[in-house]
Design a protein around this ligand. Structure first.
Ligand SMILES: [Zn+2]
Length: 167
């Protein structure tokens, strides 16, 4: 249903092409498990570039708001997404053996005549999300129930003692 943008990534980079658009958050399958709500959309710009050494580069910029789920209280947590990443398009990535001296900040992706833009952007979003999103300390809703706080107070050294016993 959604138009899947597909590009020849090597040609795209060489020609300095630019693709701008909106990504419906609901269409990003791999992201859903991390989301509290899948409403809304993200803006993206994919730009083709040629690096100083003649490398074929893709620059991804993704902006928008995601509603993640706080891993402490399981409530909604707004997250401002701002991704800027540069990827190097490499022909025959599997045989590529000259990665050693390159700066680690630039990831490589295989050259493809039919690269799925949405899949690439989704991957970049996933790489840039916090592994365990949490509200700032004290900002969680669970304060109302205050159960866990009480437990900790009852025996502050209980956990430590238990740990020591195991060593
Ligand atoms: Zn929370």
């Amino acid at each position: 249903m959604s138009e899947q943008a597909v590009v020849d990534n090597l040609e795209f980079a060489r020609h300095g092409a630019v693709l701008q658009g909106e990504l419906a958050i609901a269409q990003l399958d791999r992201l859903q498990a991390l989301l509290f709500s899948s409403q809304g959309s993200l803006n993206y710009t994919l730009s083709g570039k040629t690096g100083a050494k003649g490398e074929s580069l893709l620059e991804c910029c993704i902006d928008g708001r995601l509603v993640l789920q706080c891993q402490r209280c399981l409530e909604a947590m707004e997250y401002s997404l701002h991704v800027v990443s540069t990827l190097k398009v490499v022909k025959g990535l599997t045989q590529f053996d000259d990665v050693g001296d390159e700066d680690e900040a630039v990831d490589s992706i295989p050259a493809s005549a039919a690269m799925n833009v949405t899949a690439l952007l989704e991957e970049e979003i996933l790489l840039n999300l916090p592994i365990s999103p949490l509200h700032a300390l004290g900002a969680c809703r669970e304060q109302k129930g205050a159960k866990s706080v009480k437990d900790e107070r009852t025996n502050p050294f209980g956990a430590l003692a238990a740990l020591k016993g195991k060593l």
